[in-house]
Write a protein that binds this ligand. Structure first.
Ligand SMILES: [Zn+2]
Length: 265
């Protein structure tokens, strides 16, 4: 018998395995369900994170979508040897996952000093995704040109660029590669006209909505006192993006769910 897929809204990107959420997860997920969120696409960080994802997959079934990968931030803290060991671990677990990531390149601040190491890990993960035909969860910060050329060399690619807040011309290049674009709280810091332009540049069958919880707390006055980004904020993020761009928030969330399911199918 195949397991049924929940019909509620889906968070396209969150880190439920993070220590800041892990110990209260039952009540956190209940709070999400109260506002209509029933499924969570996790984003891989490190081998320790993958082990926790497996626990959640076991416990919550199809409500959890597993994605294992080596996050660029983790890669920056490692040696070539420890990365190679983790890549071998990843290769042995490809049958367990729906997506591969998050992976990519991050040139923000001191991380740009580790770009050679990041490119090495990204390249290896692109090859693994290609070999296993897995969609990608991409993290790209301040190095879109390089990431796009590496993705292009592995085309066709599937998946999405998470928490996108770059330019409209780069959106077009990701769309041309066949990728979706996921927007989260980070875009709410953009100048409103720019945000509207960005949302309009993404066709409705390519646009996803995410929280990246517990990080990237949306800059909304009603959340100013909160210390972390609760995954139930998915609805608030959709409403705020819709307000700025003249869209219907419910349609944004419905389309996001449909698009995620299409990529995962
Ligand atoms: Zn993330």
């Amino acid at each position: 018998m195949t397991e049924s897929i929940p019909s509620g809204w889906v968070d396209a990107h969150c880190h439920l395995t993070d220590d800041r959420l892990w110990n209260n997860l039952d009540s956190i997920l209940r709070e999400c369900e109260q506002v209509g969120i029933q499924r969570w696409v996790l984003a891989g960080y490190s081998p320790q994170d993958w082990a926790r994802q497996k626990v959640l997959r076991e416990k919550y079934n199809t409500r959890i979508v597993a994605s294992f990968g080596l996050h660029p931030w983790w890669v920056c803290t490692q040696t070539e040897q420890s990365i190679d060991k983790a890549l071998a671990d990843l290769e042995s677990q490809l049958t367990e996952i729906s997506l591969l990531g998050e992976t990519g390149l991050d040139a923000f601040g001191p991380r740009k000093d580790f770009l050679a190491l990041q490119e090495r890990a990204f390249l290896a993960q692109l090859s693994l995704a290609q070999k296993a035909n897995k969609p990608l969860v991409l993290h790209v910060v301040r190095t879109h040109e390089k990431a796009i050329s590496m993705l292009d060399a592995h085309a066709p690619v599937r998946g999405w660029v998470h928490s996108y807040s770059g330019t409209v011309s780069e959106v077009r290049r990701y769309l041309d590669l066949g990728l979706c674009i996921s927007l989260g709280g980070s875009v709410l810091g953009m100048q409103p006209g720019k945000l509207k332009q960005l949302v309009e540049s993404i066709p409705q069958d390519r646009l996803l909505i995410e929280t990246d919880a517990p990080d990237q707390r949306p800059r909304l006055p009603e959340l100013a006192q909160e210390t972390l980004n609760h995954p139930r904020n998915l609805i608030r993020i959709a409403h705020a993006i819709a307000d700025f761009s003249g869209k219907d928030p419910i349609r944004l969330l419905d389309n996001s769910r449909i698009n995620i399911e299409r990529v995962l199918a």
